[in-house]
Each structure stands twice: as structure tokens, then as C-alpha cells.
Write a protein that binds this ligand. Structure first.
Ligand code: IVH
Length: 672
């Protein structure tokens, strides 16, 4: 049965009208007919198409849903790569971008920029041949995406046919835009899913991505998706001079463009507009995560060109997110000053609220179980009260099955004591009263002024670092990152930087400082000096036998024993190894020729056979020693010659070492 010409005419008219009303509704946001009138037009068209199925064309507004489910998406190439954008977060970074652009172009006048809200959804490409939507794909890796044409067709604001009433349609148009889900729609979808016991989406972006990548277009059709277009790939049959012109023309063709786009001259105006967008962001019914700044003139864009993955002519000026998504690499324990043992998530670094974080408290074991947080999980993290980062929830839909549940260790990670938990309490504690204070004192001693001398690292900061799980032993000091410090109360960019520099400086140290810093029992600053002078190097000291140590003047048996045992302990050897590995270097001891009798005092009594008393005195002094006339507590040696006097008795009374002539000659190197 041939289709009567008046029917064909009516069908054509209905389609045009419906497309126009779609444009009024979706693009201009100003419908000129009621929903009922619109529905009536659609109804009439459907009836006619049912009666004359041969009239149905794929670009008919009735043909949005209907394609059968597929078993996988075909890969399609992007003829012009879909690049990403460099990120910036501060006005300074944006000014630097502007400077770079000017320098590259060798111009010094203000540049014209287009400013566009940066939609937080997923990028797609829509291909129109002679105005008809023929192919739609995801961004994929930028070079190849997935063919999601049938799903994109179900999005009511994507025209199946471009409008030609304002502008002739080009032979070929590859339009690019961001598919997203409105905040309200996202909330409703999640509520519904919750009721049905289905996993909820973490954010509108994930919901949009999940909805677009459905194999059954019917499912996509049931999800309220929308689009804003922001650019083009290949275009045949139309030239554009500016980005602004592109945006305006896309709109005329019936593609949805964000109404908040703006054109400015000079970067300061761009920075102002970013402030404005940030201020209205909450009121928008869709999520934006920043503003895209693009050099307006296409010719300048071409001159600027692109780098490997992003153009030189555009930048994403992002907002600081209060929460972000990252992955948990590990869960460790931190011990607090009250002995409370807290699990801490170690995460891939992520920017939240203006700082990069890599750890977040998980509070306690029950909390981890309640939120079902596993090692390997993708999680939402938030900076609560703007200080301590915390894990909001895991993204269960991103699990691969390789995630590991957390098992609370039974022993204290610092001192090894079995942990205890009081009935009714959620927190495990280390019952060893020595544990936290001992650790914090040990570390505070190591960093103190006469030891490694790390400026700005007092006992309070040491405690903060331990409590936050950032350090658990001395070598961890050299692994501290800026973001660790920024997550602590009282630290800002500058103070964090200063402390990191002080830690770096402390790596270059001297042997006496290093020995003292180790905190060996009975080894104070003076003993550390004596040991350093005696052994000259750390290796020598580490190799010293108990006898070697006991033989050092001024080091008693108890001290020698303590030093010896310390260096025998495997854990201490490991500590030294890690410190050296972390980059600690010890300046070599000065090998200046010390005089052999320096610091030693002598008293002579009785006559010497080999030399006169006056010669002996000169000899002692020339070797750096001191000659006293009377025996006192600070006398080191009394040299006893023939017919000694009362000085010998005095020496015996005071317990001063006495030596004979032979021994004296040996000391001054005159007898072997
Ligand atoms: S332009 C060569 N404009 O941001 C320019 N992108 O990191 C490339 N996006 O993949 C993109 N709103 O998904 C551009 N107004 C906008 C945008 C926008 C959101 C997304 C898009 C892109 C990503 C770049």
C-alpha cells in the first residue's frame, strides 16, 4: 500500500515540529508548548508510523529506544584524538598558564578566552552525517572509544537530526560533549536502588558512566541522562574562527550547550568568573568540578598545538574537592599516647580540600567492619572538619574480588605486647605503659638538638606523627612526605616545607652526634665524643669487642657492656642500616694529629735514672701533657722514681695510677 502524499507530508511536519520543540525545551530551556501538546504530537506521529511502518527512519523522534541489547560494544576510532586537559587549582597556576600562552605566541596583549563550566560526567563524541545522528562513542583512551550509539539515542536532549532552520547543517559533524546525570535524578536513582537492595552509585558521574555503558539500551533509557556539548572533532562543510562561534553554532544545530559559558579578555576576568562559578556551584542541578579556560581563536589554538595528551591552548581550573576517590593500598596500626591502637588507611595520594592526602583514620575495627572497608578498595575520602581525612565509604561496584578484608592484629605494632579490648569498648589498647612514651622519647631524643638536630621537630610533633601513624620508628622520619605533615593540625605549606628541609639537612651529621642520637644506655654526649674519637668510624665502633671498649680510658665496665650489647642486637644493626640507607651520612672524624699526652696530667716523685726532672717535664709538655707539682684528684699519673717522697703515699690514698720510669719512657715513646 503506497503511502498517501498528505500522510508523508504530515509525518515530515510532525517530525520537524517535535525536533523544534525538543530544541526549545532542551537547548533553549524555553518551551513554547505544554507537555500535553508535545505528547499529542508524539502520539500522532507514532500512530502514523505504526500504520505506515515503511516511513520509519532512524532519525525519527520516535526511534530513541528499540535497538536490541548487544553483548559487547564495538570499538570505534576518534579521527581527531579526544584529549584531556591539564589541571590547575590556584590563581597563580592560571596566571602561569596565561604567561605560557603569551610567551609561546610571542604576544603581550590580553588574550581572549572562552570560559566553560567543567562538567563532571563522561565525554562522548556524536557523529552527524548530513545532519543525521549516525554514531556515538565514549572517549575511551582518547584514540579509540566504544560504540554506544544506541544508548546515546535514548538521551532525549541528543538530537537524532540536527536543526537547519538557523544554520545549514554540515556534511559531517563530530560534536563532543559531556554526558551527565542531574543531582536530583541521581538521588532518586540511588533511593530506588537502595529499596531494591542494589548497590548505589558513589556520585552522579559514576551513575552516568554506569548508565551509558549498559548493554541494553532500555536500561539506559530508564536512566535520566543529559548532555552539554563543548567542542568538535572533524567538521566538513563549515569553518569556525573561534571556540565561541563553535559553541553558538552547536546550539543553533540543536545541540545542548551550557548556558554559563562566557567570553572574556584577559586572565584576571577568567579568575573572577571561576570565583563566581564556585559560589553558585551548589545551586546548580548538575555537578561541575571546575572551569575550562580555552584560547578563543582557532588560529591561535592551532599555533599553540598540543602536547602528548593535552592541548596547550586550554586548561581545567578545578575546584578544590571536599571529597575525592582513591584506593586503599594498606591498613596499618598507629599507637596513640593512651595506648589506643587505631587502624589507618594508606592510600594512593589524592587531592582533597586543597591538599594531597595519603592516609586516613579508620577509627577502629568495628567501624571498618560496619563500612566494609577492604584493602584494595576504591573509597571516597573526605577531610572532616578540614583536618583529619576520613574514609566515607568503599565503592563496592568497583571491586574485583582481589580486595582483602582487614584482620585486626593481636599484638602491638610498636612493642609487641598482646593488645587488649575492654568489654563494650571498640578500641584495642596496648597495655604496656612504656610503649608509646618510650617510643616517643626515643624518637624525640634522636631528633633533639645535641643529637640529629632536626629543627621544628619537638616532642609534641613527634607525638602527633606517631599518633597519626606517620612514623612508627626512627627511620620513618626520613620517609615523611609533605602531605603527611599537611594532614596534621598546626601544619601549613610553609611549616611543612621547613620541617622537611630540616629533616633533609639532618642527614648530614657527625659521628659523635650520631652515636649520641642512638640513645644507647649510659652513652651521653661526652661518652659519644670519647667513642667517636677513639673509633673514628661507625664501622669500627660496631666491630669493637667488649675488651676494646673496656680498654678506653674513661669508659667503665658497665658502660662498655651496655655499648657492646647494643651493637650486638640485630634490631639495632637493622636500625643503623635503615638510617644509612635513608641517606644519613656521617662526616669522617678529623684525623688531625692529636698529641699523645693531651689531657693527661703527671706528677713526678723521686729521681729518674735516664734524665733530669726538668727534661722529663719538658718532654711531657711537648707531648701535650701537663705536669703538676702536687697530687690531686685530677692527677692522671704519678711517675715514681728512686727514693720517692710523700707524693707516692698521697697517690695511693687517692687511688691515682702510679707508673715506674720504664712505663713512663714507654708512654713518651722513648722505649719500645
Ligand atoms: S574540552 C582538548 N570542555 O574534561 C579539550 N572538556 O580532562 C578537551 N570536560 O575529557 C576537552 N567539561 O570529559 C572540555 N567544557 C569542557 C568540558 C570538558 C568537561 C571533560 C571532558 C574531558 C575532560 C578533560
Amino acid at each position: 500500500m503506497a503511502v498517501p502524499p498528505e500522510v508523508l507530508e504530515r509525518i515530515k511536519k510532525l517530525r520537524e515540529e517535535i525536533n523544534y520543540h525538543n530544541y526549545r525545551y532542551y537547548v533553549l530551556d524555553s518551551p513554547v508548548i505544554s507537555d500535553e501538546e508535545y505528547d499529542a504530537l508524539m502520539h500522532e506521529l507514532k500512530e502514523l508510523e505504526e500504520k505506515y511502518p515503511e516511513t520509519i527512519t532512524p532519525d525519527s523522534p520516535t526511534q530513541r529506544v528499540g535497538a536490541p541489547p548487544s553483548d559487547k560494544f564495538r570499538t570505534v576510532p576518534h579521527h581527531v584524538p579526544m584529549l584531556s586537559l591539564d589541571d590547575a587549582f590556584t590563581p597563580e597556576e592560571i596566571r602561569e598558564f596565561d604567561q605560557r600562552v603569551k610567551k609561546f605566541l610571542e604576544i603581550d596583549h590580553d588574550i581572549e578566552y572562552t570560559l566553560e563550566p567543567k562538567m563532571d560526567g563522561l565525554a562522548v563524541e556524536l557523529v552527524y552525517e548530513k545532519g543525521v545522528f549516525v554514531l556515538g562513542s565514549t572517549r575511551g583512551d582518547g584514540y579509540n572509544g566504544e560504540d554506544v550509539t544506541n544508548n546515546l539515542r535514548t538521551i532525549p536532549s541528543i538530537p537524532l537530526k540536527l536543526l537547519s532552520m538557523h544554520e545549514p547543517v554540515p556534511d559531517l559533524l563530530e560534536a563532543r560533549g559531556e554526558v551527565y546525570m542531574e543531582k536530583e535524578a541521581f538521588k532518586r536513582l540511588n533511593e530506588e536502588r537502595e529499596k531494591q537492595g542494589l548497590p548505589t552509585f558513589a556520585n552522579p558521574r559514576n551513575a552516568a558512566a554506569g548508565s551509558l555503558r549498559q548493554l541494553d539500551p532500555k536500561v539506559t533509557a530508564s536512566r535520566p541522562l543529559n548532555i552539554f556539548c563543548y567542542g568538535v572533532g572533524r567538521v566538513e562543510g563549515r569553518d569556525f574562527k573561534t571556540q565561541w562561534e563553535i559553541l553558538q553554532t552547536l546550539k543553533k544545530w540543536g545541540l545542548r550547550v551550557n548556558p554559563l559559558i562566557k567570553k572574556v579578555t584577559g586572565i584576571e576576568k577568567a579568575i573572577k568568573y571561576h570565583e563566581y562559578l564556585a559560589s553558585i556551584r551548589q545551586e546548580l542541578n548538575y555537578e561541575i568540578d571546575g572551569m575550562v579556560i580555552k584560547v578563543n581563536e582557532v588560529e591561535l589554538q592551532n599555533r599553540l598545538g598540543t602536547k602528548a595528551r593535552s592541548p596547550r591552548w586550554a586548561i581545567a581550573y578545578k575546584f578544590e574537592a571536599a571529597q575525592s576517590v582513591t584506593r586503599i593500598i594498606d591498613i596499618i596500626l598507629s599507637v596513640g599516647r593512651t595506648g589506643a591502637v587505631t587502624p589507618v588507611a594508606i592510600m594512593e595520594p589524592v587531592r582533597v580540600g586543597g591538599v594531597t592526602i595519603r592516609r586516613a583514620t579508620l577509627h577502629n575495627e568495628d567501624e571498618i567492619k560496619r563500612k566494609d572497608i577492604r584493602i584494595g578498595d576504591w573509597v571516597i575520602v573526605r577531610r572532616a572538619g578540614d583536618v583529619i581525612p576520613e574514609v566515607v565509604k568503599p565503592l563496592k561496584e568497583r571491586r574485583t574480588g582481589k580486595e582483602k578484608p582487614f584482620v585486626m592484629p593481636k599484638y602491638c605494632p610498636v612493642c609487641g605486647s598482646p593488645l587488649v579490648k575492654k568489654p563494650g569498648e571498640a578500641i584495642y589498647r596496648c597495655p604496656n605503659p612504656e610503649c608509646f612514651p618510650r617510643l616517643s622519647k626515643k624518637i624525640a631524643h634522636f631528633v633533639s638538638k645535641p643529637a640529629m638536630d632536626i629543627e621544628g621537630l619537638g616532642p609534641k610533633v613527634v607525638e602527633q606523627l606517631i599518633t597519626a601513624g606517620i612514623i612508627r620508628d626512627i627511620p620513618d622520619l626520613y620517609k615523611i612526605k609533605k602531605e603527611d605533615l599537611l594532614s596534621l593540625e598546626g601544619f601549613a605549606e610553609k611549616s611543612a616545607q621547613n620541617l622537611l628541609e630540616a629533616i633533609e639537612r639532618s642527614k648530614k651529621t657527625t659521628l659523635p652526634r650520631f652515636i649520641f642520637a642512638l640513645g644507647i644506655r649510659h652513652v651521653g654526649e661526652v661518652t659519644a665524643q670519647v667513642l667517636a674519637k677513639h673509633f673514628k668510624s661507625l664501622e669500627n665502633l660496631m666491630k669493637a669487642s667488649l675488651d676494646d671498649l673496656e680498654a678506653i680510658p674513661g669508659i667503665g665496665p658497665e658502660v662498655a657492656q651496655s655499648i657492646y650489647q647494643w651493637f650486638q642486637d640485630k634490631k639495632n644493626q637493622e636500625l643503623i642500616r635503615s638510617l644509612l640507607e635513608a641517606g644519613v651520612t656521617i662526616e669522617p672524624m678529623e684525623t688531625e694529629k692529636r698529641l699523645p699526652l693531651e689531657g693527661k696530667s703527671f706528677v713526678f716523685t723521686g729521681g729518674l735514672k735516664s734524665m733530669k726532672r726538668s727534661e722529663a717535664k719538658k718532654l711531657v709538655m711537648s707531648l701535650g701533657g701537663e705536669v703538676q707539682s702536687t697530687v690531686g684528684k685530677n692527677t692522671d699519673f704519678v711517675v715514681v722514681g728512686e727514693n720517692p717522697g710523700s707524693k707516692l703515699q698521697k697517690a695511693r690514698q687517692l687511688g691515682i695510677k702510679t707508673i715506674g720510669e720504664d712505663e713512663f719512657l714507654e708512654m713518651v715513646g722513648m722505649k719500645k
